[in-house]
Ligand binder design. Structure first.
Ligand SMILES: N[C@@H](CCC(=O)N[C@@H](CS)C(=O)NCC(=O)O)C(=O)O
Length: 221
């Protein structure tokens, strides 16, 4: 299995954490696509993913699967013993809903804020910016954090009683929020407590160790 990604990207983190949950990180080849150099918008990469985003999974026969949710669903189908996308029809429906909600209300909103209301990936890559739209999405992301705080006041995980793809999507939002220095509101105690638990999880620690090692390696170059 081959994954095109960028080592510390919040969306790539989602797939790396899913792979770690399954114990497959070391079996995966990671192909770096440098976001800061805009390699994801070059024709060569657009032929791999029309949307020009990371990550993308490439199977041994050349089949390409983009989108974190689609990749996670594929990994789950290969290994249903450690299900991240649910097993019963109800679990599958709720996990899909909460994952989508994590993207729309939080992670994607932080991403729009980053690309539109901050320097983002720099002037060479950010060819169109709309700061007003970016700032509105920042407000939306903060409302999203309050929403997930309320959810986590009554249940241990984002989609209910078990860790799932929906938790990983909110973790992606927290990683991105930290990158853009968007603090979690001080009164979001349930969200903060949940994130402390998530950061102690082996898969998240493995992801962080990989990022730290790659960052140190790149700094030496
Ligand atoms: N919906 C996509 C979003 C992926 C995404 O936005 N990835 C980021 C990497 S952290 C990216 O490629 N950003 C570059 C850009 O939007 O220019 C998914 O879930 O995979």
């Amino acid at each position: 299995m081959k994954i095109y990604d960028w080592y510390d990207g919040p969306y790539p983190a989602r797939v790396r954490i899913a792979l770690a949950e399954k114990g497959w990180l070391s079996k995966t080849e990671f192909v770096p696509i440098n976001l800061w150099k805009g390699e994801h918008k070059k024709n060569e990469f657009l032929a791999i993913n029309y949307s020009g985003t990371l990550p993308v999974l490439e199977l041994d026969d050349g089949t390409l699967i983009a989108e974190c949710t689609a990749i996670t669903q594929y990994l789950d189908a290969l290994d249903p013993s450690c299900a991240l996308t649910g097993t019963t029809p109800e679990e599958k429906g709720i996990i899909h809903m909460m994952t989508k909600r994590a993207e729309i209300e939080f992670l994607d909103a932080v991403s729009v804020y980053f690309h539109h209301a901050t320097p983002g990936l720099g002037p060479e890559v950010e060819l169109y910016q709309n700061p007003e739209w970016g700032n509105r999405m920042c407000d939306k992301a903060i409302r999203g954090m309050y929403y997930f705080d309320r959810v986590l006041q009554t249940q241990p995980y984002v989609a209910g009683d078990a860790f799932s793809m929906a938790d990983i999507a909110v973790i992606g939002g927290m990683i991105f929020a930290a990158l853009v220095k968007l603090p979690v509101p001080a009164d979001c105690n349930a969200l903060r407590e949940w994130y402390t638990r998530m950061q102690a999880r082996s898969s998240v620690q493995q992801w962080k160790a990989m990022v730290d090692a790659e960052r140190a390696c790149r700094e030496r170059m």
